[in-house]
Design a binder for this molecule. Structure first.
Ligand SMILES: Nc1ncnc2c1ncn2[C@@H]1O[C@H](COP(=O)(O)OP(=O)(O)OP(=O)(O)O)[C@@H](O)[C@H]1O
Length: 322
């Protein structure tokens, strides 16, 4: 294994057999192809976004990469290890964070979950101390260590979960929606920490998210999966181009007025004094904001990023036309 193919998938498939009720006593068998012949490699130290609509096959891929699920076909290696055959050996080299679920002990103080990880992974004492101190400092967990996990806010718990996944120095970190439900400040903290982890420690990160800003701020490369197939693999800028992504200016005027006319903005919605203006994602908002402020009685304004679903939907629409 070389550093360039630290994670390797070759025509990986996962087919689930599901039984569906088809009458009073009858059940029909049906196959769901959750992952359909996916191939990619991730180099050591890369930080890659893995995105797609609900049910696209993201979690199934991550579960195969951790060894929880066995592929139905294809070849898969993480750090030279076949995950489903050597799950325990791999566990010492990877960390996993699921945004919607916690691996922490709900009723116990946060520090107890870390002590457990210390023993479970047989982390040498000095290494454990060093990693814990570092996480506590960078993730601002100092005041939270003695608080039972159930009393933590979502953002605090997420930071606690990330620390738990890193105490054993994993070379690979899988993050499934690490910023879901977090406020702006918590999101910034989590992103800042992940960026530092990647640059300072060279940790390889695979990130699943619905938040395009996570990708924008963290990943130089993004993969899009839909219906189990890899639809795009490249830089985020290219995805915007492929999807002709648009951002939206939400403008509050002093009073109700006819639709704003500032090209290339396109008014997509009007509600009383509030108007929504779409503009190309690649374009800077600053000159548009200045033009609107000069010509209209502006009270407030914000910029909304396109969500992943919108970008992907556009990408398909473009493909269908061409
Ligand atoms: N254990 C299972 N048994 C049967 N079908 C499954 C199972 N796990 C996943 N699936 C199906 O496989 C497909 C892919 O699911 P997966 O959870 O990987 O998607 P996802 O991209 O992670 O979606 P989300 O963003 O909603 O988490 C879906 O159609 C799902 O219903």
């Amino acid at each position: 294994m070389q550093d360039s193919d630290f994670i390797t998938l070759e025509k990986v498939e996962k087919v689930f057999e599901v039984r569906k009720k088809a009458g009073f006593l009858k059940r029909e068998r049906r196959q769901v192809r959750a992952v359909d012949s996916i191939s990619f490699t991730v180099a050591r130290g890369e930080m890659v976004g893995y995105i797609g609509p609900n049910g696209a096959g993201k979690s199934t891929t991550i579960k195969m990469l951790t060894g929880i699920l066995m592929p139905s076909a294809g070849r898969l290696r993480v750090a030279g290890i076949d995950p489903s055959r050597e799950r325990t050996r791999l566990a010492h080299r990877i960390g996993v964070v699921f945004g919607q679920r916690t691996t922490l002990w709900w009723d116990l103080p946060l520090i107890d979950s870390y002590r457990l990880a210390h023993r479970m992974y047989r982390i040498p004492d000095a290494r454990y101390r060093e990693n814990l101190d570092r996480c506590v400092e960078l993730l601002e967990l100092g005041a939270l260590l003695d608080v039972p996990v159930r009393q933590l806010s979502l953002g605090q718990r997420m930071r606690g979960d990330i620390a738990a996944a890193l105490l054993h120095d994993p070379e690979v970190l899988y993050l499934d929606e690490p910023t879901i439900g977090l406020d702006v400040v918590s999101k910034a903290k989590v992103r800042g920490f992940l960026k530092e982890l990647n640059t300072e420690r060279g940790t390889t990160v695979l990130l699943t998210t619905h938040d395009l800003q996570d990708i924008e701020q963290l990943c130089s490369r993004v993969m899009v999966i839909d219906h189990g197939r890899l639809m795009y693999d490249g830089p985020l800028a290219g995805l915007h181009e492929a999807g002709e992504g648009e951002r939206t200016l939400v403008v509050d005027l002093e009073r109700e007025l006819p639709p704003i006319e500032v090209p290339p903005c396109r008014v997509v919605r009007v509600e009383g004094p509030r108007q929504w203006l779409a503009f190309p994602a690649g374009q800077s908002a600053a000159p548009l904001v200045a033009a609107i402020a000069a010509a209209y009685p502006l009270v407030d304004l914000s910029v909304r990023e396109p969500d992943i679903e919108a970008v992907i939907a556009k990408m398909y629409a473009e493909k269908a036309v061409s």
